[in-house]
Write a protein that binds this ligand. Structure first.
Ligand SMILES: Nc1ncnc2c1ncn2[C@@H]1O[C@H](COP(=O)(O)OP(=O)(O)OP(=O)(O)O)[C@@H](O)[C@H]1O
Length: 306
């Protein structure tokens, strides 16, 4: 069970309170949860950027603490704030530079960089300084960079944050293709994206995993879901997280059937979505949901026990 406590002189934050995590090769695993749930902290531990306070984490069966250097060689990390690109350099030069840092010869690095620019759909832009790239293009270049050393594991923190719908589609298609033979772990707040992309989902809240399963399994945790129109005064604080539209006087909810009051103005059963399950699990009161049972302690990225 992984724990991570951040401490200052006068404060302590328990970012991970005993998390058990396994991601499999050839699949996309998503970490979802409200702000502060501990998703990024978990990614940082898996990528050896920070040390766990206690517990173990493995990548390909290797302990991220005692074998950090080997783990790093097997991991590609893509984060939201990309300060690792040199804006005056072209996409090709940026990638080549990283290839050289990974020990490749200049020609080897340049050739791999050219190939990867094609993979991420930036072939035509390779010679353009990256300061001219859009946010979506920069994100794709960051993904290409994370692939330079051909890692087995790709960790992506909010890969489509801040990019437009068309670019997001390209990034999602790219992420999906990355899982071919690799282990992909991503965080996202977009439940549609998670539903579309992932094979396995961990729902985190306040440093703990409160549910995990395939998208279908997580969706089924929402039970029967209805859309209901209520008078505004009927919306209790417990119901407020289910509100999807607030017109004057009446309010539209999407909620589990059993929480909707019997005297609702209108009730209609709908197909549950991942977002419905997420709102139920991770929203206020989500802590009431009992955590699922886990088989082994620690965190594993493929190769670990299942
Ligand atoms: N370096 C740090 N020093 C102190 N506290 C930190 C540090 N990094 C994270 N935390 C705290 O740990 C908790 C978990 O943060 P984390 O960034 O892992 O959450 P998250 O699930 O990724 O959230 P978000 O969705 O907002 O990215 C938060 O309370 C955060 O404030």
């Amino acid at each position: 069970m992984l724990r991570k406590v951040f401490t200052g002189r006068r404060w302590t934050v328990e970012a991970l309170r005993g998390v058990d995590f396994t991601a499999r090769r050839g699949s996309v695993t998503a970490l979802v949860g409200p702000n502060g749930a501990g998703k990024t902290t978990l990614l940082k531990i898996l990528s050896t950027l920070i040390l766990p306070t206690s517990g173990e984490a493995y990548v390909d069966g290797m302990d991220v603490v005692s074998r950090a250097a080997e783990v790093r060689r097997r991991i590609g990390l893509v984060t939201v704030s990309d300060r690792l690109l040199y804006y005056r350099l072209s996409g090709l030069e940026n990638l080549t530079f990283y290839g050289i840092l990974y020990g490749m010869s200049v020609s080897e690095a340049r050739s791999r960089a050219r190939d990867l620019l094609e993979v991420v759909g930036l072939g035509k832009w390779g010679d353009e300084p990256t300061m001219h790239y859009s946010t979506g293009m920069t994100r794709r270049l960051a993904i290409a960079r994370s692939l330079m050393h051909d890692p087995d594991v790709i960790l992506l923190d909010e890969p489509t944050l801040g990019i437009d719908a068309v670019s997001s589609r390209r990034v999602r298609a790219l992420v999906r293709s990355l899982s071919d033979g690799r282990t992909v772990v991503l965080t996202s707040h977009l439940m549609k994206e998670v539903e579309e992309l992932s094979d396995s989902i961990y729902v985190m809240r306040a440093g703990q995993v409160i549910a995990r399963g395939s998208p279908g399994e997580i969706i089924s945790m929402a039970g029967r879901v209805v859309e209901a129109v209520l008078r505004r005064e009927e919306v209790t604080p417990e119901l407020s997280r289910f509100v999807v539209r607030d017109d004057r006087g009446t309010v539209l909810l999407r909620a589990p059937a059993d929480v909707v009051p019997g005297d609702a103005i209108e009730v209609r059963e709908v197909e549950p979505t991942l977002e419905d399950a997420y709102v139920l699990l991770a929203g206020e009161g989500g802590a009431d949901v009992r955590p699922y049972q886990f088989r082994r302690g620690g965190a594993h990225l493929h190769g670990g026990p299942v």
